[in-house]
Each structure stands twice: as structure tokens, then as C-alpha cells.
Ligand binder design. Structure first.
Ligand code: UDX
Ligand code: UDX
Length: 459
């Protein structure tokens, strides 16, 4: 099938950057991103590209180049579906908050709604591409909805999971380690391979069956998260044995079988994917009665929760066993640097724990607004919105945020934190002035020379 029009349902962290790059690399293809959220679409269409709903290095430049030429953002979902030969489903698949599988299984209602919408509107043959991360065998449900419309329209379903990481999305999309396409129809697979072929060499485009493709995405995220929980588990042991987790990570990472990436001990992983996808994997394994498999992967999450809790427990015990009424400055709220995304950020859980111990929290994050911070905390429902509002203040200046604080907790590894005038920060704080470096980004000797009581992870 010759592809001249592509539609993507879901203008989020995945759909937005992915389609922007597809549009840039395929100037002859018209790419339309649609979303039910009119406000989000308006932000994508904002004349000033610094107001795009997603912050991602390099994204604004590409949107500026392509928007209005062959990249469009719209709420006219039916129209975009009907004029496209290829439709990407890139809507969110959150963990279920109700009913069977609550807290574990992926909620597929939005994916199903998309499939039903496509079935209703389509009058010509379509290739439907699963971009959202989905439990293995979801394509079966999409297929069943699309193949039972009673019309003559033919649908081919492909799985094409996204491996981009936030903060480096554009770089990851432009130079992917691999592109994975799973499907039954060779012709449909090749149509999509051609779209990527504009900039990705064919030997990096992997073709598999649809179920392997779906499961590979969950497995990739589970393996990545497992590495972090593994090094975090060792970090706790380091703290009791005078071993240094950075030295251990370097020593093991030089073994080419292990590799050096993804071995940074931290306050625990966050982000929209790792926890959700592992819970999903655990749920699927249990649903097949594979309890040993499920228990094995569940441990990655248990350890991650333990790491976040351990960080706040350590902060409280170091501050003479009470943070009640004390000002704790948090530097960073995003789940990692170079993104404004806060989903499942460790900062939220650490703050919630400290607030339950009656701490006052001051937050500075270069890309996250005070409104977002409040809504992240309110979402947990631990206390009233008024209480969160009283106890948590967001600042636009890190020096103001840390002023008169009893301790600083570094939650995100933003580069700018390394270049602050730490002597000035020290002068403005209550003494003894504590730093809890949840990302191991500051130099211990330098901090101690200034006068700080400095502690980090795994050292
Ligand atoms: C999401 C999932 O979290 C991830 O698992 C999957 O791989 C891709 O989709 P992300 O792009 O980060 O990732 O989600 P989000 O930023 O929430 O964007 C989803 C968008 O879909 C939202 O803008 C939402 O308004 C939109 N949407 C949702 C629709 O347009 N229609 C719907 O029916 C539901
Ligand atoms: C992840 C996968 O990397 C990506 O392939 C997939 O498509 C989506 O999920 P993302 O969640 O955007 O991407 O970011 P990632 O860089 O993987 O970081 C996830 C979390 O792990 C962050 O909180 C990060 O700070 C943490 N992390 C990462 C560590 O604590 N230590 C590390 O060594 C690496």
C-alpha cells in the first residue's frame, strides 16, 4: 500500500515526537496527529513553539520546520482517520484503577475506543499500527473489533512499539538501535518499513510476528528497570560495607557482557512506563498461572518502592528523627532530567512521605510548574488539597527555594544543579546544612569542604 497520509491518535509524549520525526523525514507524507484533548492540540498549534505541551530537546525545532507543511495537529479525529491509509494508535494505557486487575493490569479502554472509532469511520482499507505499549495479545482484540464491522473495508494490524526515552526522544528517534515491526501481512509490514526506511537502514528494521513484538516491548522495559533495581539493591549493601556503588558499577560495567549503561544507583526509577509495564507483565504471567515468573518480576517493583522509602527514612533519621515543621528543599521534581514529565517520579512519593511527617517542602524544578506539583500530590489523596497547598511551595529560583532550609534533597539529575554556587546556598541554610543527593551528581569532597553534611546513594 502506498502511504501518503498518516494519522496518529494520541498527541502525547510518544505520539508527538514520533510523528514529528516521521513527518520531517518523509516530506511527501501528510502526518496528522489527533487528540480528544482540545487544550493539548491548541498547545501543539501554539505559534510560539516554546509553549508546546511537551518539553523535549530538539522537538520544537522540528515542529517549527514541519508544522503546517506536512505535520498537522487537530481534534478532527474522524476526518483524519478517514483520509489516512495508516493509523497509529498512541493513546495512554494506564494501570487499571478499578475492577479486575486493579493496580496491575493495563486499562485498554482507550485503545478499544480508538479501534471502534476506526471501525466506524473507515471506508477504505487501513493499516492500523499499535504504538502504545500493550499487553501481549492485545492485537487480537483490535483485530476482532475491526474485522467484525460487516463492511468490505480491510484492516491489517501491526505492532510497532516505541523505544524512545524521554529527554532524548528526538535523538533516539533519529538514530534508533532498532525499529521493531510485528505483523501477519508482509505487505503491511513493508509499507511501514518504507516509512522508517527514509532514515533508518533496513538492517535495523526488525520484522517479527505480532506477539513477539508486543512482548518484546514489555520485556525491554522490564530488563531496563531490573538493572536499576539490581544496582539499587547493591547500593544499600554498599552503604553498610564501605564499598562505593559508583566504583562497583564501573567495575562490573567494563565487562562487555554486562555493559556500562543503566547502572546509575538512584532514588528509584520513575516514568510512565517501567512500573506500569512490569505490573502488566506480572499480571499476564499470573493470569497464565506462572507464579514463579510473576514473583520474579514483581520483585523489581518491590525493590524500587523500598529504595524510595529508604531515601526518605534516611533523611528523617539523619535530621534527628524529626522533620516536623522543618523546611526541606527539593531540587528537581521531574522523573529524570531534560523532561517536564513527572509521572511516577520518585520525588512525588518522597515528598508525600515527608509531608506525612509534617515537613514543609520547597520545590524547584527548571521545567515543572507549581500547579503540576500540587496536582501530583493531590492525586495521591493522602491529605486535603488545602494541606498540600499550605505545606508545599514551588519556587522559580533555586537559591530562594533552599533559603532557610534544614536540608536539600536532590531528586532529579538536572545538569544545572552541578553548576550552582553551593557556597552561597550553604550560607543561606540552617546549620548543620544537610544535602541528600538522590542522584549522586555532586562532589562529596567539595560539598564537605564548603561545610555541608553530605550523603548520597550507595556510598
Ligand atoms: C502513552 C502510553 O503511556 C504508553 O504506554 C504508550 O506506549 C504510548 O502512549 P504517552 O504518549 O506518554 O504514552 O501518553 P500521554 O502523554 O498520556 O498521551 C496520550 C494522549 O492520548 C493524550 O493526549 C490523550 O488525550 C490522548 N487520548 C487518549 C485520545 O486522544 N483518545 C483517547 O481515547 C484517549
Ligand atoms: C523508558 C525506556 O528507556 C524506553 O526505551 C521506553 O520506550 C520507555 O521507558 P523513560 O522512562 O523515558 O524510557 O526513561 P529512562 O531513561 O529509561 O529512565 C527511567 C527511570 O529510570 C528514570 O526515573 C531514571 O532516572 C531512572 N534511571 C535510569 C536510573 O535510576 N538509573 C539509571 O541508570 C537509568
Amino acid at each position: 500500500m502506498k502511504i501518503t497520509n498518516i494519522c496518529c491518535i494520541g498527541a502525547g509524549y510518544v505520539g508527538g515526537p514520533t510523528m514529528a520525526v516521521i513527518a520531517k523525514m518523509n516530506p511527501k507524507i501528510k502526518v496528522t496527529i489527533v487528540d480528544i484533548n482540545a487544550e493539548r492540540i491548541a498547545a501543539w498549534n501554539d505559534e510560539d513553539v516554546s509553549n508546546l505541551p511537551i518539553y523535549e530537546p530538539g522537538l520544537a525545532k522540528i515542529v517549527k520546520e514541519t508544522r503546517g507543511k506536512n505535520l498537522f495537529f487537530s481534534t478532527e479525529i474522524d476526518q483524519a482517520i478517514s483520509e489516512s491509509e495508516m493509523i497509529f494508535i498512541s493513546v495512554n494505557t494506564p494501570t487499571k484503577t478499578y475492577g479486575k486487575g486493579k493496580g496491575m493490569a493495563a486499562d485498554l479502554k482507550y485503545v478499544e475506543l480508538c479501534a471502534r472509532n476506526i471501525a466506524e469511520v473507515a471506508t477504505t482499507d487501513k493499516i492500523v499500527v499499535e504504538k502504545s505499549t500493550l499487553p501481549v495479545r492485545t492485537a487480537q482484540a483490535i483485530k476482532s473489533i475491526l474485522h467484525n464491522t460487516g463492511s468490505e473495508v480491510k484492516f491489517e494490524i501491526l505492532s510497532n512499539p516505541e523505544f524512545l526515552a524521554e529527554g532524548t526522544a528526538i535523538e533516539d528517534l533519529l538514530n534508533p538501535d532498532r525499529v521493531l515491526i510485528g505483523g501477519e501481512s508482509e505487505a503491511a509490514i513493508e509499507s511501514l518499513a518504507k516509512v522508517y526506511g527514509s532514515w533508518v537502514s533496513q538492517d535495523r528494521i526488525l520484522r517479527t510476528n505480532i506477539w513477539s513484538s508486543e512482548l518484546s516491548k514489555l520485556t525491554a522495559n522490564a530488563f531496563l528497570a531490573q538493572r536499576i533495581s539490581s544496582i539499587n539493591a547493591i547500593s544499600e549493601l554498599c552503604e553498610h560495607t564501605e564499598a562505593n556503588v559508583s566504583e562497583v558499577a564501573k567495575a562490573i560495567g567494563m565487562d562487555s557482557r554486562i555493559g556500562s549503561k543503566f547502572l546509575n544507583a538512584s532514588i528509584g526509577f520513575g516514568g510512565s512506563c517501567f512500573q506500569k509495564d512490569i505490573l502488566n507483565l506480572v499480571y499476564i504471567a499470573r493470569s497464565y498461572g506462572l507464579n514463579a515468573v510473576a514473583d520474579y518480576w514483581e520483585q523489581v517493583i518491590i525493590l524500587n518502592d523500598h529504595q524510595k522509602r529508604r531515601f526518605s527514612d534516611n533523611l528523617i533519621s539523619t535530621l534527628y528523627n524529626t522533620v516536623s515543621g522543618k523546611k526541606i528543599a527539593m531540587l528537581g521534581w521531574a522523573f529524570k532530567k531534560d523532561t517536564n514529565d513527572t509521572r511516577e517520579s520518585a520525588a512525588i512519593y518522597v515528598a508525600d512521605h515527608l509531608l506525612s511527617e509534617q515537613a514543609h517542602i520547597a520545590v524547584y524544578d527548571p521545567k515543572v510548574s507549581g500547579i503540576k506539583i500540587q496536582s501530583d500530590l493531590n492525586y495521591l489523596n493522602t491529605r486535603t488539597e488545602e494541606e498540600n497547598n499550605d505545606l508545599v511551595k514551588a519556587f522559580e529560583d533555586p537559591y530562594k527555594a533552599t533559603e532557610n532550609s534544614h536540608a536539600i534533597a536532590i531528586m532529579t539529575e538536572w545538569d544545572e544543579f552541578k553548576t550552582y554556587n553551593w557556597g552561597k546556598i550553604y550560607d543561606g541554610m540552617k546549620k548543620p546544612a544537610f544535602i541528600f543527593d538522590g542522584r549522586n551528581i555532586l562532589d562529596k569532597t567539595e560539598m564537605e569542604t564548603i561545610g555541608f553534611e553530605y550523603s548520597s546513594i550507595g556510598k
